[in-house]
Design a binder for this molecule. Structure first.
Ligand code: SF4
Ligand code: SF4
Length: 468
């Protein structure tokens, strides 16, 4: 009795990414690498010659694309377009986010003791990313962030990684979407105008809950502005990450050491919450050199259970920011809101310097915080009870710590190299907390000019005269 004839597969070229996994899987050598670009996708699909095919379906099982290879019997009309079905119906509901069940855990590897190094901020950030296990960096060069990408371009090929200089920031962020969706640590270096171009993609990543780290070395704006330091992207990072209900942790380093430490930490936060994280430096910090010590360990990343990894085990996973039914999208936004609330509660970070008895509280971040610290020291020598409150997370704003130090404070002075966006974050956080603050003054420069210690000191002393 002859064996039943099994149906043979067919290739839907528009869904083939040309990964070649099916070629390795086929025992009859029915599949070969393609030679022509599919004009609809810009990719090169494989080619099938089914003369020797026995219908074993091993190619289907190897294909990570749900619609790449299917059985002839599933094709009702070979000439008709394939109608997309609801992926949830085909593969079950998407993975529940922030669920560590099934994750391949990350490893911590001890590092040998190392001499203290002197590094510029962008290099320190790149090293922080490498120590976090990041091996994929995409970007488009833009001063004053370029050196970080340049270092990655030199190092990553030697580490089995990839650096791609994309055709634009729009392309770079979408490459990040893909790599982050595969569960891999991924990052970019950019600066203000480039960050603006990435916002749409960041919204998609937030919607699809894809991790990724954006190091934005802020420069003068608006428009092309200049390449000098400014802090005018605080509003964009904290309030304007593309369309829709978007939020991301915004870390504000103030030294090259923090550029390393916070970039490294950004990856951990990004995977913990399945959300992009922004490291917001300024042009001075990106270019300045400072002493940097390496941590005691580095990370070998694991693989999250939700990753679209391209193997059978992860085939049911779906990375998408679309939810066409209104109720589904509302449910998804409610889920995002719960995540944002958890972040706001758990991830506030701040440095409080001489705040315990402070009557004049200086609030500053990034490079201006360094001048502010000098001014606080100088004021203390003159008998002025000044303190520095330095938010390390700009979103969430560290309002809990601020409420702890506010009772003795008679005046707040916000120091920033920008038009008042840090002050806006402060006022918004106070308003949400229902707190009527003491009078708020400001020392502001912009256009690439940093507030000087002398300017801040003059303000602190004049404040003191008013108080006396
Ligand atoms: S069904 Fe089996 S024999 Fe046929 S192409 Fe696929 S892997 Fe090759
Ligand atoms: S495994 Fe699927 S996506 Fe990969 S080359 Fe084959 S048909 Fe294309």
């Amino acid at each position: 009795m002859s064996a039943p004839i099994r149906p043979k597969p067919f290739l839907d070229a528009q869904y083939c990414k040309g990964c070649l996994r099916c070629i390795e899987a086929c025992p009859r050598d029915c599949i070969t690498p393609g030679t022509e670009i599919n004009p609809a996708t810009g990719l090169v699909p494989v080619e099938m010659n089914l003369e020797n095919c026995n219908g074993c379906t091993l190619c289907m099982q190897a294909c990570p694309e749900p619609y790449g290879i299917r059985l002839e019997t599933d094709r009702t009309d070979p000439d008709s377009d394939f109608v997309l079905e609801d992926p949830a119906k085909l593969f079950g509901e998407r993975c529940v986010p922030i669920n560590s069940e099934g994750d391949l855990p990350e490893d911590s590897i001890a590092l040998p003791l190392c001499e203290t190094m002197v590094l510029k901020g962008t290099y320190a950030s790149a090293i922080g990313a490498l120590l976090a296990g990041c091996r994929h960096v995409y970007g488009y060069p833009i001063t004053p962030s370029t050196e970080g990408a340049e270092l990655m371009a030199k190092i990553l090929p030697k580490l089995n990684g990839a650096f791609v200089q994309a055709v634009s920031e729009v392309a770079a962020v979408n490459m990040m979407y893909g790599t982050g969706g595969a569960g891999l640590p991924v990052m970019t270096f950019t600066s203000s105008p480039g960050f603006s171009l990435m916002l749409e993609g960041i919204s998609y990543m937030i919607g699809a809950e894809v991790p990724g780290v954006f190091v934005n070395i802020m420069r003068g704006g608006p428009g092309l502005g200049n390449i000098a330091p400014e802090q005018a992207d605080i509003k964009m990072a904290c309030r304007g990450l593309g369309h829709g209900n978007t939020k991301a942790i915004v870390l504000a380093p103030s030294t090259p050491q923090e550029m390393l430490d916070l970039t490294r930490e950004a990856f951990a936060l990004s995977f913990r919450y399945r959300n992009p994280v922004i490291v917001l430096g300024d042009g001075y910090l990106g270019q300045m050199t400072g002493t940097v010590r390496l941590p005691a360990t580095m990370s070998r990343p694991g693989l999250p259970a939700w990753a679209v990894w391209g193997d059978r085990k992860h085939r049911h996973n779906l990375i998408s920011s679309i939810a066409l039914a209104e109720a589904d999208l509302e449910t998804h936004n409610e889920h995002l809101n719960r995540k944002y609330a958890a972040i706001a509660t758990c991830e506030q970070r701040v440095e409080c310097y001489r705040c315990t008895d402070a009557e004049v509280l200086v609030i500053a971040c990034n490079t201006p915080a360094r001048m502010a610290k000098g001014a606080v020291e100088a004021a203390r020598t003159e008998g002025v009870k000044a303190g520095l409150f330095r938010p390390i997370t700009l979103w969430p704003f560290p309002i809990s710590s601020l409420l702890d130090v506010l009772p003795g404070v008679q005046r707040i002075v916000v120091v920033e190299a920008g038009p008042g966006q840090l002050e806006d974050e402060l006022r918004l956080a106070l308003s949400h907390a229902g707190i009527m603050p003491p009078p708020i003054e400001s020392v502001r420069r912009c256009g690439g000019v940093l507030p000087s210690q002398a300017e801040i000191s003059a303000n602190l002393m004049s404040v003191e005269e008013v108080l006396l």
